[in-house]
Design a binder for this molecule. Structure first.
Ligand SMILES: *[C@@H]1O[C@H](CO)[C@@H](O)[C@H](O)[C@H]1NC(C)=O
Length: 449
């Protein structure tokens, strides 16, 4: 192989696959390699054999869990926001033709020791058990204000300037209690901590509108999910890339990233052969992350280490109307933390596990030296846990933009419960690799029941 590629992509995580798909559509000659014999890297969905191999290397999967092929267990718990940025990329590229989506059946929030549905309109706010009578009236006025806001009509502004006033000012204007602020800021605006309160209100407004408009789209929750697991997402973008001439190679050990004397990228050596290209894109694990051969290209973001527990249950989560899938957010204040705890649950309705099994992933950002204790408030909402697979993942980020050496490194998957930050990373890397903004068009996605 002395063929020259435009771009070599290392690792088949979602970020890398979206990039190779989009770059192939753009006419770039792409070679995509992965050290694993399956797609998805850190964002893969694993069958039982793969799951046990990764978490319990000395144990075979118990036969009572059922057939290997019925399982596609996500390593990273995230849902797709129906009106969010990943949806736009899926429809723009027509990758939706390779996927079937289902709604996530419920979106819940923890307040004062119990879980309730997240209200997303003034009507739901009035019915919600989350608030007392007077607080409901105040919340109703708050939601009416948000829904009625028009930038060019000052009579809808009620004296608020979204671009100057802080979110605290908006909450205070409507007299909302701290517990109400918790579910608005964390379960609707999906902030992981409380830093947003002192910042201008506009981004929070945008996030709440994204939540409510996504909710309005299919009805039960603002989230959708691909049948057969999240690992279908990178594979679908890989198919897109292949249609546009991209080459995929799995099960390829990467021996070296070759650079010239100035440190500029030359090619990638695998199995004794060096393949040349103008640029390389890859996930942090191909550039020293997690190994001793630290070449200074990536660093750990200490304050963003994520602890996750993948739990198999034999029952739906108590107090959720037997929902077959859901998200529960435990706002940090409610359990005396700085970061929220998330629960994401899917089940056989999504073709990701055997019938009568429910897969719940509890996660949060690590704050102490006993991370397994930090997720206990989440675990204790699940009822009896049949199996638990525990992990701690550092979050890696590149130390340079890649423009000087043509080596472009993506970020690890963060603790957010959705894909918006993954798309931000795609846009960011795209801009550095291609030199211009990624521009997308809009269409509609089809969703089952
Ligand atoms: C599960 O994964 C293993 C390892 O990648 C693979 O060999 C096997 O075929 C998979 N099983 C099924 C039923 O897909």
């Amino acid at each position: 192989m002395d063929e020259e590629y435009d771009v070599i992509v290392l690792g088949t995580g979602l970020t890398e696959c979206i990039l190779s798909g989009l770059l192939s559509v753009e006419g770039k000659k792409v070679l995509h390699m992965d050290r694993n014999d399956y797609y998805g890297g850190d964002s893969a969905s694993l069958n039982l054999t793969q799951l046990y191999r990764q978490f319990r290397p000395d144990q075979a999967p118990p036969t009572e869990l059922g057939r290997d092929r019925d399982y596609a267990v996500d390593l990273i718990p995230k849902f797709i926001i129906a009106s969010g940025e990943l949806t736009k990329i899926l429809v723009h590229t027509d990758v939706t033709r390779y996927l079937e989506f289902k709604q996530i059946a419920g979106s819940f929030v923890y307040r004062d020791g119990r879980i309730s549905k997240v209200p997303s309109t003034e009507m739901e706010a009035v019915r919600s058990p989350l608030m007392g009578l007077f607080e409901k009236r105040r919340a109703k006025k708050f939601f009416e204000f948000l829904q009625g806001w028009k930038d060019d009509d000052p009579t809808t502004h009620q004296g608020i300037d979204l671009d100057r006033d802080s979110m605290r000012t908006v909450y205070e204007k409507f007299g909302l209690e701290p517990g109400t602020q918790d579910f608005i800021g964390h379960a609707m605006a999906l902030y992981l901590d409380d830093d947003y309160i002192t910042k201008t209100a506009r981004p929070t407004y945008d996030r709440i509108i994204l939540y409510t408009s996504s909710m309005a789209r299919y009805g039960k929750s603002p989230y959708i999910y691909p049948l057969y697991g999240l690992g279908e997402l990178p594979q679908s973008f890989a198919r897109l890339s292949a249609i546009y001439g991209g080459t995929y190679m799995l099960d390829k050990q990467i021996d070296a990233i070759v650079t010239d004397t100035d440190g500029k990228f030359v090619g990638v050596t695998s199995g004794g052969e060096t393949v040349k290209a103008k640029q390389v894109i890859g996930d942090p694990s191909y550039f020293g992350a997690g190994s001793n051969s630290d070449d200074g290209k990536v660093r750990v973001v200490e304050e963003h280490k994520v602890v996750r527990a993948i739990c198999f249950l034999k029952h739906p989560i108590p107090g959720t109307d037997d929902s077959d899938s859901l998200q529960i957010i435990i706002p940090q204040n409610q359990v005396g933390r700085r970061n929220d705890i998330y629960i994401a649950m899917v089940s056989s309705t999504h073709n990701v596990c055997a019938k009568d099994i429910y897969v719940a992933i509890v996660s949060t950002i690590v704050e102490t030296d006993k991370p397994e204790l930090e997720i206990v408030p989440g675990l204790s909402l699940l009822g009896p846990i049949h199996e638990k697979f525990f992990s701690i993942s550092p979050l890696y980020t590149p130390t340079s933009s890649g423009e000087a050496d043509n080596i472009f490194i993506t970020r690890s998957y963060d603790a957010t419960s959705h894909f918006e930050t993954v798309v931000e990373d795609v846009q960011d890397v795209w801009k550095r690799v291609v030199g211009s903004d990624l521009v997308l068009k809009k269409r509609e996605v089809e969703v089952q029941g």
